[in-house]
Design a binder for this molecule. Structure first.
Ligand code: AP5
Length: 215
């Protein structure tokens, strides 16, 4: 099963992807996490992506498509994958479909996570992440047991630079202009299912699991 989680920044794509990938035994591929790892490793791609990410605008399509197809082509993805943060433009979605078709594969389910801008702003401005294992926390909605420390590995939690309020505003603008058109694209292909992502983490997981089980 090949699945895409679609939704605005802060919809909970990363939070849900970790849960859903575990339940259905899918490889979780987050374009944002892969880009942040490239930056940390100071690769050429990481250096090219840095400025776009810090400004809250999209990294060019050709760089993203090449990066994601490299991961999708790996043997670990053969049994099924879950994409989080990709595709994010019509050019990326069309490029992905063409490249998958050439391999005899396709996207079977696109989960459209629906949540309003006020709620995602609340979520992003309270987010903390573990730089070691990637676990995501929220200072009010899902706090760590000890403030500022990862429950699983004990690392000091960090905040993302692009979660500053002014960058969040730009990311939302980018989402509405460039990514929202994918709702119509995937609806026309008959694979889109919308879920209410404004509830608790557990409620949203249950909705996405239902969609995946009946598809
Ligand atoms: P990326 O890392 O993909 O960021 P994003 O899509 O903006 O999404 P986020 O990671 O911010 O949010 P999320 O939906 O995963 O929410 P989360 O689960 O963390 O992209 C970053 C940048 O990289 C982009 O701006 C761009 O520059 C570049 N990039 C990436 N992909 C690209 C592409 N394809 N093309 C071009 N450029 C690309 O949850 C958020 C918070 O809410 C957390 O604190 C969490 O604990 C909390 N939370 C989650 N669910 C709930 C809930 N149900 N109730 C209460 N709190 C919740």
């Amino acid at each position: 099963m090949n699945v895409v989680l679609l939704g605005p920044p802060g919809a909970g794509k990363g939070t849900q992807a970790a849960r859903i990938a575990g339940t259905f035994d899918l490889l979780h591929l987050s374009s944002g996490d892969i880009l942040r790892a490239e930056r940390k490793a100071r690769t050429e791609l990481g250096r090219k992506a840095q400025d776009y990410m810090d400004r809250g605008v999209l990294v060019p399509d050709d760089l993203i498509l090449a990066m994601m197809m490299d991961h999708i082509a790996r043997p670990e993805a053969a049994a099924g994958f879950l994409l989080d943060g990709f595709p994010r433009t019509l050019a990326q979605a069309e490029g992905l479909d063409q490249r998958l078709a050439a391999r005899g594969a396709r996207i079977e389910i696109v989960v459209n996570m629906v949540v309003d801008d006020a709620e995602v702003t609340r979520r992003l401005t309270g987010r903390w992440s573990c730089p070691t294992d990637g676990r995501i926390y929220h200072e009010m909605f899902s706090p760590p047991r000890k403030a500022g420390v990862c429950d699983d590995c004990g690392s000091a939690l960090t905040r993302r630079k692009d979660d500053e309020p002014e960058v969040v505003g730009q990311r939302l603008k980018t989402y509405h202009a460039e990514t929202k058109p994918l709702v119509a694209y995937y609806t026309s292909r008959g694979v889109l299912q919308s879920v209410d992502a404004g509830g608790s983490v557990e409620e949203v997981t249950a909705s996405i699991e239902r969609v995946c089980r009946r598809s």
